[in-house]
Design a protein around this ligand. Structure first.
Ligand SMILES: *Cc1c(COP(=O)(O)O)cnc(C)c1O
Length: 368
């Protein structure tokens, strides 16, 4: 069986380092906000080229606390891609602000800059760029629009650790960026974890207060800290992030070169450095048929996302506009396995199985 993702094999390569990291924390006996957290914050900041990294409990908290630190008013609007994970929009709503959904480009799956301006109102304050599936969004276009309308820009970089656009890393392309270290991410820990990256001293100070009950800050904070064990593990895994991303790029390149099928649309890679292939997402009009064909060949697939953010129940009751591209994608996207423990042989088997798929065209009776 070629599993969609097997975290035990993914982490097996780093077992010695991970065990040593945990032992370090156990011996030191300080489990929250100590040397490992400080060390990881500094090392990840150096990696990204940003001034500050603040470790928090998870990716949703990273985004939620960034928005809290921006000091927006209730009912202010934040532009967000419709085709994203629920958490991007939830971070906006949980601050009492309103997510305004914008359609993606069908080629890159990221927000379509040409459709942003029509959604800007007198209440719009900010654009949240999401680097979906590991590919950096069109930040030049997004910043151009933001400058014209005096909007802030923030990033959801939860899927893009290590992606780099013209020498600048994802997470260093806006006022503040949220990262997740959920175990499945390109840089994942062994539990929940997250971080905020920013060059803004004031936002960094607010974040340090907000993650620690809000002590020393006039706002209501929370308990959302990256614990020492997760930080120690992340310090070890950060050393291998570029290597891991390189392996994902090799697998993506093999899929792109070898998959050829009339009913399969392959993702467009864009600039090579700007994509770290968190997911490899194809499109097909016969998704059920293809996924069951692959499963019978022993290959697991997944769907990101069957219910896009804009279609979650929380937003459905409010009158959201029709978003036909997002809805179509949610019915046609299929994610292929692309994890760092895959062998070249397994990658070849996946491509072959797709190329040999004989899909049954649905019978459409002719209406005279
Ligand atoms: C994973 C993810 C999040 C949320 O991170 P958690 O650590 O699971 O809270 C937010 N946005 C995107 C795009 C993600 O993929």
């Amino acid at each position: 069986m070629i599993e969609f993702l097997n975290l035990s094999s993914v982490n097996a390569k780093y077992r010695n380092e991970i065990e040593a990291a945990i032992a370090r924390v156990l011996t030191r006996g300080r489990y929250i906000l100590d040397a490992e957290g400080d060390g990881f914050e500094k090392e990840f900041a150096d990696y990204l080229g940003v001034k500050h990294v603040i470790g928090v409990g998870n990716g949703l908290d990273a985004l939620t606390l960034i928005i809290q630190a921006l000091d927006l008013s209730k009912d202010d609007e934040i532009i967000v891609p419709a085709n994203t994970f629920f958490a991007s929009a939830l971070a906006i709503s949980s601050n009492g602000c309103r997510p305004v959904f914008v359609e993606p480009l069908e080629e890159s799956y990221n927000i379509d800059p040409a459709k942003i301006e029509e959604k800007i109102t007198s209440k719009t304050r900010c654009i949240m760029a999401v680097h979906l599936y590991g590919q950096i969004a069109d930040m030049a276009a997004i910043h151009g629009i933001a400058d014209r309308h005096q909007l802030m820009v923030i990033e959801d970089a939860a899927q893009a650790h290590g992606a780099c656009c013209q020498g600048v890393m994802a997470g260093n392309l806006s006022t503040a960026a949220g990262f997740s270290f959920y175990p499945t991410k390109n840089l994942g820990c062994l539990g929940d974890g997250g971080a905020v990256a920013t060059n803004d001293d004031e936002i960094a100070n607010r974040l340090r207060a907000l993650r620690h009950y809000g002590i020393g800050h006039a706002k209501i904070g929370r308990n959302s800290r990256l614990d020492e064990i997760q930080a120690a593990i992340l310090r070890e895994k950060l050393k291998y992030l570029n290597q891991d991303n390189q392996r994902r790029r090799e697998i993506a390149a093999a899929y792109l070169a070898n998959i050829q099928h009339p009913d399969v649309v392959l993702p467009q890679p864009g600039h090579p450095g700007a994509h770290v292939w968190h997911q490899f997402v194809i499109q097909t009009s016969q998704r059920e048929d293809l996924s069951s064909h692959l499963l019978s060949a022993g290959i697991q697939t997944a769907i990101h996302y069957e219910i896009p953010a804009c279609k979650q129940e929380l937003y459905c009751s409010k009158s959201i506009e029709v978003l036909p591209i997002t809805i179509r994608l949610s019915k046609q996207v299929l994610s292929l396995p692309i994890h760092t423990a895959m062998s070249d042989e397994e990658v070849r088997l996946v491509a072959d199985a797709i190329n040999h798929w004989k899909y049954a065209k649905p019978y459409i009776p002719k209406v005279l």
